[in-house]
Design a protein around this ligand. Structure first.
Ligand SMILES: Nc1nc2c(ncn2[C@@H]2O[C@H](COP(=O)(O)OP(=O)(O)OP(=O)(O)O)[C@@H](O)[C@H]2O)c(=O)[nH]1
Length: 231
């Protein structure tokens, strides 16, 4: 078992686990790593000693799917994917999350090297799954995504990318290119000194059910459709 300890961020990273994936007619073999934020020490011995007491099933852990020779490839693509239980697992058409997850896997395979960080504490842009269901009920009453979050007492977007960035640094030291339409994600990567060539946009999967959600992303949350911007 390989154990990559990232002491500074109190993160223990485990992997690679070979993960052959098949979704419809797409298939690829990724190398999968999971990570744990812990204050009990990040060595293998520390983690194994505390593992049975941690009740890890009650809070999700994040992970990363790595493709190709990620450590040394010249300009791999990465995605910071915020967990979306409804879109990624159920295939909900209220958002574009499921489309973006599967499309980015295809893009990375085609590109030859990259990684998808699946960030587990980002549900509902940081408000959590239960709160997201309440936000959806408000949206049925006419609120948009941002208004619904705010009506529940949240800021629209409380996500941070620190853990994913620390794990990225553990897997590779040279810059990467981010698949996103969200300038805040690119800014986080740039501030960490890990952004290579701006970003690659990822639009698509538009349906009657998510059209208003996508428009709100552009009009209120700063997402951009044009691939030419940098921050
Ligand atoms: N609060 C809330 N969260 C949502 C809603 N629809 C999707 N999400 C969450 O939004 C997150 C995805 O964020 P988005 O703003 O759609 O996209 P992004 O990740 O910022 O940007 P991209 O990299 O371009 O995809 C996931 O955590 C989803 O669970 C919604 O209606 N309300």
């Amino acid at each position: 078992m390989q154990f990559v300890a990232v002491a500074e961020g109190q993160l223990a990273v485990v992997g690679p686990v070979r993960l052959p994936i098949k979704q419809g007619d797409f298939d690829a073999t990724f190398q999968w790593y999971s990570w744990l934020h812990t204050e009990n020490g990040v060595t293998k011995e520390d983690v194994l000693r505390h593992l049975p007491m941690l009740n890890l099933a009650s809070a999700q852990q994040s992970s990363v799917l790595v493709y190709g020779d990620f450590q040394t490839a010249e300009n791999p693509l990465i995605r910071f994917h915020s967990i979306c239980h409804t879109g990624d697992i159920f295939g909900s058409q209220r958002c574009d999350c499921g489309y973006q997850l599967h499309e980015s896997m295809k893009m990375i395979k085609e590109h030859g090297a990259g990684a998808i960080f699946y960030i587990a504490d980002h549900e509902g842009r940081g408000i959590g799954l239960f709160s997201k269901s309440l936000a959806y009920l408000l949206q049925e009453e006419g609120f948009d995504t941002v208004e619904a979050n705010e009506a529940l007492g949240f800021e629209d977007d409380t996500r941070n990318y620190e853990q994913a960035l620390a794990v990225l640094k553990a897997l590779r030291s040279a810059p990467v290119t981010l698949i996103t339409n969200n300038p805040k994600k690119l800014e986080a990567l740039q501030q960490a000194g890990l952004s290579a060539h701006g970003h690659v946009p990822l639009w698509g999967g538009v349906t009657d059910s998510n059209r208003f959600y996508l428009e709100t992303k552009m009009q209120k949350s700063g997402h951009v459709r044009d691939g030419s911007w940098t921050v």
